[in-house]
Ligand binder design. Structure first.
Ligand SMILES: [Zn+2]
Length: 299
């Protein structure tokens, strides 16, 4: 009898472990994609992020531990457009054909997105410096309207890999998108009085966000192709300056002192500031912060 009891205890301890090991593993390059993958999959999948939250994603270099992270991944999700160009090398070292470009578990989330700032295809993505955009502006997740396309690509890959999950994945995605739609209407209403507001950004992160919410990004401070915009020109343009946690803030602060413009810290990604703790929370934070700044008397 005691032997049976021990065996039962062991079995009950091992059962959940075995179930967890069998659950679908999804590896996303960014926190934004990981959050969207979690929103779709709920407890069906285990989702991991490669780029840590407290780093500048466009200056990221993978470490050996990131290769280990790909082990057993059924689905790999990337931003594409050169934003996470280092993933190609990591995937070829990893070697699993199922998650390579063209494989059933490979998701380039930019596929199907109506892109902004599209360039020619001759750009050598692998040899770019951080912060130089490749084929098009890659910050498309900052338009909540694109969540439909991004989650669609993720859902399709999961269903290709395990068709038994079809109903659950479709229901999870529908539920998430319905809740997001309600929030989108609220964000649009909050920003509606500031339609056409003139904003200067440090990095060219915000064109998708600006298009969705009808704001006007008039220039970027960051040096473009070796040429900084002249302070005089920025002084004429500046109204509110958008600044991100990982950017050097001296240029923004200098411009603000010269022009009286206000510097506003926005979150370019989920987890880049503590308040941006999820996909909807990212917009709650950014919309709320921007509305407060644009309402302030000095503007
Ligand atoms: Zn960028």
């Amino acid at each position: 009898m005691p032997r049976i009891a021990v065996a039962a205890v062991i079995a009950s301890v091992l059962a959940p472990l075995a179930a967890a090991a069998e659950s679908l593993r999804i590896v996303a390059t960014t926190s934004d994609l990981a959050t969207l993958a979690r929103a779709v999959t709920g407890d069906v999948a285990q989702v991991e992020t490669i780029i840590p939250p407290a780093t500048d994603p466009e200056a990221f270099e993978p470490r050996p531990s990131d290769l280990a992270r790909l082990k057993g991944a059924a689905v790999v999700v990337r931003i594409g457009l050169g934003y996470d160009h280092w993933l190609d090398k990591l995937l070829s070292m990893h070697g699993d054909a199922a998650v390579q470009r063209g494989g059933a578990g490979y998701v380039d989330a930019s596929f199907g997105i109506p892109l902004l700032e599209v360039k020619g295809s001759s750009v050598d993505l692998a040899n770019q410096d951080g912060h130089a955009h490749g084929l098009a502006n890659p910050h498309y997740w900052l338009d909540p309207g694109q969540a439909e396309i991004i989650t669609g690509g993720i859902a399709e890959a999961i269903i290709r890999i395990d068709p038994r999950l079809t109903d659950q994945i479709i229901a999870g995605r529908d539920n998430f998108l319905a809740r997001l739609q309600t929030r989108r209407t609220q964000w649009e209403q909050l920003l509606a009085p500031y339609r056409g507001a003139r904003l200067v950004a440090y990095h060219n992160t915000w064109p998708y966000f600006a298009r969705r919410f009808r704001l006007n990004i008039v220039d970027v401070i960051e040096t473009k192709e070796g040429v900084s915009p002249s302070p005089g020109r920025l002084a004429r343009l500046a109204a509110t300056i958008l600044h991100e946690p990982f950017e050097p803030d001296d240029a923004a602060q200098l411009l603000a002192r010269r022009t009286g413009a206000m510097v506003v810290k926005l979150a370019p990604s989920v987890f880049s500031v503590p308040a941006a703790s999820g996909y909807a929370e990212l917009f709650d934070y950014n919309v709320g912060t921007l509305v407060r700044a644009l309402t302030a008397p000095s503007n």
